[in-house]
Ligand binder design. Structure first.
Ligand SMILES: *Cc1c(COP(=O)(O)O)cnc(C)c1O
Length: 340
C-alpha cells in the first residue's frame, strides 16, 4: 500500500477528510449492518435531535505505526464501553461494543494510506461518534440515530519538544454534581468553549475546574484528567463528575506495575496542590502535558519541576506508555490490537 503524499512531521491537530468513513443507522429499534462509505458529508433533517437538543456523544483514540510497520490501536475496548455509558446516559441506543471495535478496525484498514509512517511523530486520530438523527421538536430522545467513525492524520502534539504549560483556575463549572461530566457528551464541550476562549485570551493554556458543589477539590480540565506526583507516589483525583480517561487509567497501571510507584485515586483538595513536585494533564492527544504554573486569580502556584521541562517521574511515565503504544516494550495483555 502506498502512503499518501503528506508532510507528516508538519501536520497540525486538524481535520483532513480521508478516503473512507463507517456509518451504521439505528431505525425501528435496531442497528443496521453498517458500511464504509466515501461521502464525508452528513445529510439530515433541519429538526434532527442533535441539531435541536444536542443529543450526541463521541470518542477519540489513535492508530500508530510500529517500528516493524504494523498498524496498531490502543485499548479500543475501553472506548467502546465508555461510549456505551455515554449513550445510555443520553438516552441513545447503545452501539454494541464488538461492533464498535470492528467499525474502528475497518475504518483504519480502509484508510491505511493515511496512517502516518513510523518515526514521523504523527498518528492517525480516530473519531467514533453518535447522534440523534431523526426530527425532534417536543423534547424527547430521537427515534433514529447514526453511529459513525472517521479518521484523520494528526501531527505530534508537541512539535518543538515537551514544554510545561500555564493553566488557570476557572470560575466556570464544567460539570454539575449529578450531571454529565463522567460521559463524553458533546454538550460538555459546547459549554466549555467560552471558558477556554477566555483562558486563551488571558494567556493560559487550559482551565482547571474545581468541584462545582464546594469549589475546594480539583476535578480536571476541559479535555484532560490531572496527575500529581510526590516522591514515589502518583495521585489522581477521584470524583463522580470526572471523565474516566483511558490514558489516566493506563498510566496508573503503568506507574504501579512497570515503574514500581505507589498509586492513589482520591479526592485532591485545591489547598494541597502546592505539596506536589510534578503536575500534568493526561489524555489521548498529548499523553501527558506537564503543568509549570497554576494561576489562581492572580496568585501563582509554581510547580517545583519548573517551566523548562517535564519532571522526571512524569517523563518516565510518558515514555513508558508511549513505548507500550508503539510496541517497543511489551504491553499488558489485551492493550494492543494489531490492525494489519
Ligand atoms: C476525552 C476526555 C479526557 C481524556 O480521555 P482519554 O480517554 O485519555 O483520551 C479527559 N477529560 C475529558 C473531559 C474528556 O472528554
Amino acid at each position: 500500500m502506498e502512503k499518501k503524499n503528506i508532510d507528516w512531521a508538519n501536520l497540525s491537530f486538524g481535520y483532513m477528510p480521508t478516503d473512507y468513513r463507517y456509518v451504521s443507522k439505528f431505525k425501528d429499534g435496531k442497528w443496521d449492518d453498517g458500511e464504509l462509505i466515501t461521502d464525508p458529508n452528513v445529510v439530515m433533517s433541519e429538526c434532527a435531535g442533535v441539531l435541536q437538543y444536542s443529543q450526541s456523544c463521541f470518542e477519540g483514540l489513535k492508530a500508530y505505526t510500529t517500528e516493524k510497520g504494523q498498524i496498531v490501536i490502543f485499548r479500543p475496548d475501553l472506548n467502546a464501553s465508555r461510549m456505551a455509558d455515554s449513550a445510555a446516559r443520553l438516552e441513545m441506543p447503545v452501539f454494541p461494543e464488538e461492533k464498535f471495535i470492528d467499525a474502528v478496525v475497518r475504518t483504519v484498514r480502509a484508510n491505511a494510506a493515511w496512517v502516518p509512517p513510523f518515526g514521523t511523530g504523527a498518528t492517525f486520530y480516530i473519531r467514533p461518534y453518535m447522534f440523534g438523527w431523526s426530527p425532534v421538536i417536543g423534547v424527547k430522545p430521537a427515534d433514529e440515530y447514526q453511529f459513525r467513525v472517521f479518521g484523520t492524520p494528526v501531527g505530534p502534539y508537541f512539535k518543538d519538544g515537551v514544554k510545561p504549560i500555564v493553566v488557570r483556575i476557572s470560575d466556570y463549572d464544567r460539570a454539575a454534581p449529578h450531571g454529565t461530566g463522567h460521559v463524553k457528551a458533546g454538550l460538555n464541550y459546547a459549554m466549555s468553549l467560552h471558558a477556554i476562549v477566555e483562558a486563551h485570551d488571558q494567556g493560559f493554556a487550559e482551565n482547571i475546574y474545581l468541584d462545582p458543589a464546594t469549589r475546594t477539590k480539583i476535578e480536571e480540565t476541559g479535555g484532560a484528567n490531572i496527575l500529581f506526583v510526590k516522591g514515589n507516589k502518583l495521585v489522581t483525583p477521584k470524583s463522580p463528575s470526572i471523565l474516566p480517561s483511558i490514558t489516566r487509567r493506563s498510566l496508573l497501571y503503568v506507574a504501579e506495575h512497570y515503574l514500581g510507584m505507589e498509586v492513589e485515586e482520591r479526592e485532591v483538595l485545591f489547598s494541597e496542590v502546592g505539596d506536589f513536585e510534578e503536575i500534568g494533564l493526561c489524555g489521548t492527544a498529548a499523553v501527558i502535558a506537564p503543568i509549570g504554573k497554576i494561576n489562581d486569580h492572580g496568585r501563582e502556584i509554581c510547580v517545583p519541576s519548573g517551566m523548562e521541562e517535564m519532571g522526571p517521574k512524569l517523563k518516565k511515565l510518558r515514555d513508558t506508555l508511549t513505548d507500550i503504544q508503539a510496541c517497543n516494550i511489551e504491553a499488558p495483555e489485551g492493550w494492543i490490537r494489531v490492525i494489519e
